[in-house]
Every structure is written in C-alpha cells, then in structure tokens.
Design a binder for this molecule. Sequence first.
Ligand SMILES: *Cc1c(COP(=O)(O)O)cnc(C)c1O
Length: 401
Amino acid sequence: MSEQLEKLIQTDKECCIHNYGRLPIAFSRGEGAKLWDINGKEYLDFLGGIAVVLLGHSHPKITEAVTRQAQTLIHTSNIFYIEPQVQLAERLAELSGGMRALFCNSGTEANEAAIKLARKYQNKIDAGKFEIISVTDSFHGRTYGALAATAQPKYQEGFGPMPEGFRYVERGNIDALETVISGKTAAVILEPVQGESGVWPLPDEYLQAVRQLCDQHKVLLIFDEIQSGMGRTGKFFAHQWSGVKADIISLAKGLANGIPIGAVLATEEVAPAFVPGNHGCTFGGNFLSCAASLATLDVMRDENLMENATNVGDYFVEHLNQWNMYSEALTEVRGRGLMVGVTLAKPIARKVLLAALEEGLVINAVGDSYLRFLPPLTITNADVDLAMEKLDKAFQNTSAE
Ligand SMILES: *Cc1c(COP(=O)(O)O)cnc(C)c1O
C-alpha cells in the first residue's frame, strides 16, 4: 500500500465517524466508465457511484453546465423563484405524464416527502388513514420515516423506537398485501426493482395487482425509483414496464450525475395536499443541482441512453448466462437494462469483489451471495466484454485460493 493511501486511511480512522466499511482504495480521477486511484491504477467502473453516475465520470456537458452555473449563481433559497428548478419540474412533468415536482437533496429526503405527502393527502379525507405498507428486503433510506419503511431488521436494529404506522408484507405476495391493506392504509411504497438487497425486479403482474388493490381501498401507490429510475432499466421509470401508474414517485441518485439532488413527483390529484408551510428544504432544487440535472436529462436524450441501457444490458445478461454455462459460478442472473444482479453458487461475494478490484473492475457485493452491477448508461458492448474478462479472472483467482 502506498504511503499516501496509508496516511489517508489513518486520518480517516482518527477523524471520521466509522459508519462505513470502506474498501482500501481512493480514487482521484474519472473519465467515462474509467476510474484511476491515487496510485494511478486504472479501473473499469461497473458501480457508477451506486447508480449515480449515469453519464460516466467527468462528462463534458455536465462539467460545462456546473461550471457555468457556479460562475453565475449557486443558491438563493426557495423563498424566491428559481428558473432552472422550474425548468427541471417542466422536464420531469413531460417525462412522467404531468406529475408535479418538489426538490430535495437525497433519496431518503425524497421518501420522507413522499410519506408526508401521502399522509397529508389521506388526512384530509380520513384522519385514521395513516399506515404505510412496504415489502420485505426493501430499502428506502436512513432517516426515520424512510428507515421505518425499510423492511429489513438489520437497518433498524438499535435505533428504536421506530415511528408508528408502518406495516410490512412479503415481497411479491399479493395475498399477504390483501390481508394487511385496510381502511387505515394511506399508501403502499415499492421499488419496482429492489436495488440494495441484490437487484430483484418485482413481476409486472404483481405491480398490476398492487395497483388494483390500492384503487379498491383508496390507497396511494408510491414508487421508489431512486435507484431504478432515470432510464437505468431502459424506460425512464422502471414501473413503466408494467404499465402501472404511480400516485407518487421518488427520485434521486442519477438525477444530476453526482451533484446531490432528490425529487418527489405527485399527480395533480395528490400534489395539492401540500400547501405553503407544510414542507420545505433549504438546499432543495437550487441553481447548481438543477442546472446539472437539466444537462443530465439533455445528454440522456441526445445520446439515446435509455435505448443503450436496454441493448447493452441485454448483451451483459446474455454474456453472464453464457459464461455461467462453463464457470457454473452463478445460480441466477437478474436484471432489467443496466441494473443487473447475480446470485453466487457459493457465499464468496466479498472475495470475488476484492479479486475483481485487483483486476481493475469496480462492482458491488451485497451480503455473502449477491453481486450488483450499476454501470454508467454510456457503456458499450466492448466494456461488457472487458468486464466479463476481468470477472472471469476474479472468479478463477477466488476459486484457486
Ligand atoms: C439509495 C436509495 C435510497 C436512499 O437514498 P440516499 O440518497 O442514500 O438517501 C432510497 N431508496 C432506494 C431505492 C435507494 O436505492
């Protein structure tokens, strides 16, 4: 290990709160799907900052938009009108079939706003309608409302008591939902493709059945598209594959290619539940993040990145399956577009991850048995070929141990 990295790790140990289990690498530069660490070693990035860097690193259009905006005006507060924020809301309305937008800075904040909006909407109709239902293995964020909606005990342990009014049902089980949904239910929140727990697309028929149950019980349907949205699965929102319509959508991660921003979108029916004073966010939707987001959406459209996500994603899944025919390393390959996950035949995810990093491939391990791939939407088939080569070597080195 270089002296510079050693010193960095030591200072982090002394000065940072240790809430992250970090890998012993520090990157210092990126371009497209390539990253370089502080020792100059090159990597192929199949994680994209956890689904954030949609257009690749240092995309010139984003650099230009951010630079120009920083030289002009960064922040004034939501006490005043903010032109790029209004323009961004207009773009998101076009992409969502007329939904209205509210901006914040992160995924968890978007879900907090979504939960508050759902409860506020239902409260006007019936004050007893406040429960939020989520499904097992979901991930909605780390702040208390989003954490309470995250139906995985490991995230909540030691942080109790959780806020009241959250119920959990088994993922994909419509009968279980039917049992729990009631006159007390305000909303159901779902990731159309669960990300954090290892990439699990929820079946279209399940989403359709959930929509039907929600309509029947006058319950709002919130889609958490923080990871699956922004074109990653080949459509702007992953739930669009099912044809189901949302009442509320949360967005963040890829929305501005790495500049922090989140958004909650709501239908014209639901949006007016918030009136001045009900909710707010100091940084939310400021000039800088909105300029970056507008540029991100421009590049996505101009470079046909949703189409590319479908094509290259299919190519990737096909090659993972082909490779598995002889390697027999996997028991399942899952994914939609460039949101791809695999289940390993053996619980060696961390070893494979470390071996992949050694080969210069950045991926993500989930628990002991899953790998997750969230590359920039700009990658090519040649990038997939290279990633497969590196992955194959990583597996060989892991098995040889
Ligand atoms: C990442 C993520 C969140 C939380 O986003 P933060 O920006 O880390 O707060 C919420 N929901 C889903 C589906 C996510 O992938």
